[in-house]
Ligand binder design. Structure first.
Ligand code: TAP
Length: 492
């Protein structure tokens, strides 16, 4: 260790009071699952954290029944103001237990504690506070007077922001008056199970939220259950496509939040210092496990060399290691499977002729790690310019004119997000107007706010989460609801 190195500053795990085994959370209680239980491990050490129950199709059915009963007997009968009180209570408990949740998230997911502590958990609380405020104001959501809840929502989430994705799903669903069955990802169930304890603390009526741990087949059984009214999925485009097919023709409302391959466009008049920080934040935040990551850097040709040189200098200062250390910038890759995929695509990038540069940092002996990597001179047809790597890997392409930047940015099957760096507001607005992306940041990247809708075009999915738009996914207008009920009655 050089004398300029920081001393280790690990966050203590003493605050965690984890059980050795976790059951499924159904009808307000933890109950055993009927599938084969599995272990959740720390991706930084590969050490066992806890044994997790696995929900089979019968458990899914029990959970959906509990959610239906809670919807019919309790939740749909409460006023919006009363639903809001529960949501406010949950938000406050998330804040109170924030440190514990952050440690659990970093332990289970591998993300740096400074990110879970300063980004994930505060946003979770913000999402519940925001939608708590909406619960008694649904008449003003832009859907006409007295919009109605859909009923039971089946929600399936990925592993990259476990608790935040849970909040994005559960908060609007409950505010709108639905009940929920949610499945977290197999590799990151821990924070969802601690959240179930928070629901008990908040005395949320039994069955309003049910949490089923398990793998892809649990998710499949859940979204295909005939008694769910709404399916909300965040994950890969391949699984999203399969879900869309299975839901087609069932009358279930569907929202899909899928992958991305965002362009981060740097013009030669951009403030370069800020742009470097924005590029780093865009692709190396959360080890690049971010659907809206700025994984394609489009840089104007005349500043290309300067930007890449400065980027390499900056990346050489990032600290990779223990996610629980407060100095860590780059944590662990979430699973061996994900690490293999990042390695495979990176090798393909090299084979396809891009120039590979990797930050020189020590890799811990155990666990799953990938050092920050840049590929320069990437061609638009290269797989690393087209496919989502979902890791700390940046592909650099160049352009000469705004028109070329726009064409290259839009040359992707995805359309989730984009970034523009320029000194000129008029240029930013003109370029943003032409980009086919759901979220566009200007002179910043990866900023989230519960009041702001988030979602994609094309293969990035459909529907919006966040803001007033996020409520629309969980509501139906009164007239539409009546006509569906009438159609069903006629069909019977
Ligand atoms: P997926 O493999 O698609 O998994 C997502 C969730 O679906 C997991 O809970 C998974 O369970 C479950 N699942 C797997 N197969 C299923 C099936 N046939 N039916 C129903 N559920 C099924 O994605 P991932 O690798 O966890 O997450 C990374 C992807 O999520 C990336 O593409 C990323 O871009 C995307 N993502 C998008 C957004 C937004 S907002 N657009 C946000 C975050 C992430 P298991 O974990 O047990 O396999």
């Amino acid at each position: 260790m050089s004398f300029l190195e920081y001393a280790p500053a690990p966050e203590s795990t003493a605050i965690l009071n984890l059980k050795s085994d976790y059951g499924l959370f159904i009808d307000g209680e933890f109950v055993p699952g009927h599938g084969k239980s599995f272990a959740t491990i720390s991706p930084a050490t590969e050490k066992h954290i806890a044994t997790i129950a696995n929900a089979n199709a019968a458990d899914v059915d029990t959970a959906v029944r509990a959610a239906r009963k809670a919807y019919d007997s309790t939740w749909s009968k409460l006023s919006g103001a009363d639903r809001g009180k529960y949501l406010f209570r949950i938000a406050r408990l998330v804040q109170e237990r924030g440190r514990e949740l952050a440690v659990a998230e970093s332990l289970d997911n591998g993300k740096p504690i400074k990110e879970s502590r300063d980004v994930d958990i505060p946003l979770v609380a913000a999402w519940f506070f925001y939608y708590a405020g909406w619960a008694d104001k649904l008449d003003y959501a832009g859907l006409g007077a007295a919009p109605r809840a859909l009923g039971v929502a089946a929600q399936v989430i990925p592993w990259n922001f476990p608790l935040l994705m849970l909040a994005w799903k559960i908060a609007p669903a409950l505010a709108a008056g639905n009940t929920v069955v949610l499945k977290p990802a197999e590799t990151t169930p821990l924070s969802a199970l601690l959240f179930a304890e928070i629901l008990q603390q908040a005395e949320l009526p039994k069955g309003v939220v049910n949490i089923l741990t398990g793998a892809g087949d649990t998710g499949q059984a859940l979204v295909q259950h005939p008694d769910v009214n709404k399916v909300a999925f965040t994950g890969s485009t391949a699984v999203g496509r399969a879900i869309a097919k299975s839901v087609a023709g069932t009358g279930k409302k569907l929202t899909l939040e899928l992958g991305g391959k965002a362009a981060n466009i740097v013009f030669d008049d951009a403030p370069i210092d800020q742009a470097i920080e924005g590029i780093v934040n865009g692709i190396f935040f959360n080890q690049g496990h971010v659907c809206c990551a700025g994984s394609r850097l489009l840089v104007q040709e005349n500043v290309h060399e300067e930007v890449v040189d400065r980027l390499k200098q900056r990346l050489s200062t990032l600290r990779l290691g223990d996610p629980l250390d407060k100095n860590t910038d780059i944590g662990a890759i979430n699973s061996r499977e994900q690490l293999d995929r990042i390695r495979e695509l990176s090798d393909i990038g090299e084979a396809e002729g891009a120039e590979r540069w990797t930050a020189d940092c020590a890799i811990p002996e155990n666990g799953f790690w990938f050092a920050p990597t840049i590929f320069d001179n990437v061609s638009t047809s290269s797989r690393i310019a087209r496919e989502e790597i979902f890791g700390p890997v940046l592909s650099v392409l160049t352009f000469r004119t705004p028109a070329e930047a726009i064409a290259k940015a839009n040359n992707t099957p995805y359309g989730l997000s984009a970034g523009i760096w320029s000194d000129k507001g008029s240029k930013i607005l003109a370029v943003a107007d032409e980009l086919r992306a759901g979220v566009i940041w200007a002179n910043t990247f990866n900023r989230f706010d519960p009041a702001s809708p988030f979602g994609g075009y094309k293969e990035s999915g459909y529907g919006r989460e966040g803001g007033r738009h996020g409520l629309a996914a969980y509501l139906t207008t009164a007239s539409l609801h009546d006509s569906v009920v009438e159609t069903k009655a006629v069909a019977q």
